[in-house]
Design a protein around this ligand. Structure first.
Ligand code: PGA
Length: 257
C-alpha cells in the first residue's frame, strides 16, 4: 500500500491526478473507475490541468441512485457528465453509469459487471470513503465478494447526501452500486480522503480488521492500493500504522508519482 499525506484537500487532488495521469500516459486506452461525492472533485480538477489526450479513455462510475428520473441534476449520470466527462473532455459514449432509471434496475446492475469485463476491466479505480466505511454505496454488511447490484441506502448516507438535494426527503433510498468484489477486481485502487470527520473511519478501515462492518477495509485485501489523505483525515494514522507501511508526508507537488 502506498500512502501519501498532504496538507489539504486540494493537494490530494494534485497527487491523485498525477497517479491517474501516469496510468493514462502509459495506456492511452485505459479504463478509469470514477467516483462521485466531494472527495474526488479535486482529482478531476487537477487531472484536467494535465491536458492529456483522453480520446481513448473509457470510464465506469461506481454507483447511481435508483428512482431519480433521467437527467435529474443530482443523478450521478449528470454529476459525472458535469464534473468528469465535460471537464476532462472524455467521449460521452465511452463513459458508463449504472442505469438507475431503468425499468428493471436489477437487470441493469447485472449488465454493468459484464460491461466492465468486456472493456477489459478497470485500470485505476478512484474511491472515496463514507463516514460509516462505505465504498461506492456498499453499506456496512455488504459481502466482501458482492457484485454490482441494487441496494438500500442507510439513513446516515441519505443524511450525508441531503446537502445536494432541496430536501432530505428527496434523497432516494435505493441505488445501484458496484459490489466490493467488483471493486477488488480493478487493477489499482486509489482512495482519496480529506477532512477531520473522516479520520476515525480511515483509521478503522486501514488498521482495523477486514470485516463487512467496514466495507472500506477491503483495501487491505488488494495488492495495489494508493491512499492519498490530507493531514486532518490521516491524523489518527501513526507511522507504520497502515499494514506496516509508513505514510509518506508530501508537502510539494513535485513528488515522484
Ligand atoms: P464524500 O463521499 O467524498 O462526499 O465525503 C464519500 C463517499 O460517501 O463515498
Amino acid at each position: 500500500m502506498d500512502f501519501f499525506v498532504v496538507p489539504d484537500a486540494a493537494s490530494t487532488g494534485a497527487i491523485a491526478a498525477g497517479i491517474v495521469a501516469a496510468v493514462i500516459r502509459s495506456k492511452p486506452e485505459a479504463v478509469l473507475g470514477l467516483a462521485t461525492g466531494g472527495s474526488p472533485l479535486p482529482v478531476y480538477a487537477a487531472l484536467a490541468a494535465h491536458r492529456l489526450d483522453m480520446s481513448g479513455i473509457r470510464g465506469f462510475a461506481l454507483d447511481e441512485y435508483v428512482g431519480l428520473p433521467a437527467g435529474h441534476p443530482q443523478s450521478y449520470a449528470e454529476v459525472i457528465r458535469r464534473e468528469v466527462t465535460e471537464r476532462l473532455h472524455l467521449d460521452p459514449a465511452k463513459v458508463s453509469v449504472p442505469a438507475g432509471a431503468a425499468e428493471d434496475p436489477e437487470r441493469a446492475a447485472a449488465a454493468y459487471d459484464a460491461a466492465i469485463a468486456q472493456a477489459g476491466g478497470i485500470d485505476v479505480q478512484i474511491l472515496g470513503i463514507g463516514h460509516n466505511g462505505h465504498v461506492a454505496f456498499n453499506e456496512p454488511g455488504s459481502a466482501l465478494d458482492s457484485r454490482t447490484r441494487v441496494e438500500a441506502l442507510t439513513e446516515r448516507t441519505r443524511q450525508a447526501n441531503a446537502r445536494y438535494f432541496a430536501s432530505p426527503d428527496d434523497v432516494p433510498d435505493r441505488c445501484i452500486t458496484q459490489g466490493l468484489g467488483t471493486i477488488l477486481e480493478a487493477r489499482q485502487l486509489l482512495l482519496v480522503v480529506s477532512g477531520a470527520d473522516k479520520a476515525d473511519i480511515l483509521h478503522t478501515a486501514l488498521s482495523g480488521p477486514v470485516t463487512t462492518d467496514c466495507p472500506a477495509s477491503i483495501l487491505q485485501l488488494h495488492p495495489h492500493v494508493t491512499v492519498v489523505a490530507d493531514e486532518a483525515a490521516a491524523a489518527l494514522l501513526g507511522a507504520r500504522a497502515v499494514n506496516g507501511t509508513t505514510p509518506v508526508a508530501v508537502r510539494s507537488r513535485a513528488v515522484g508519482v
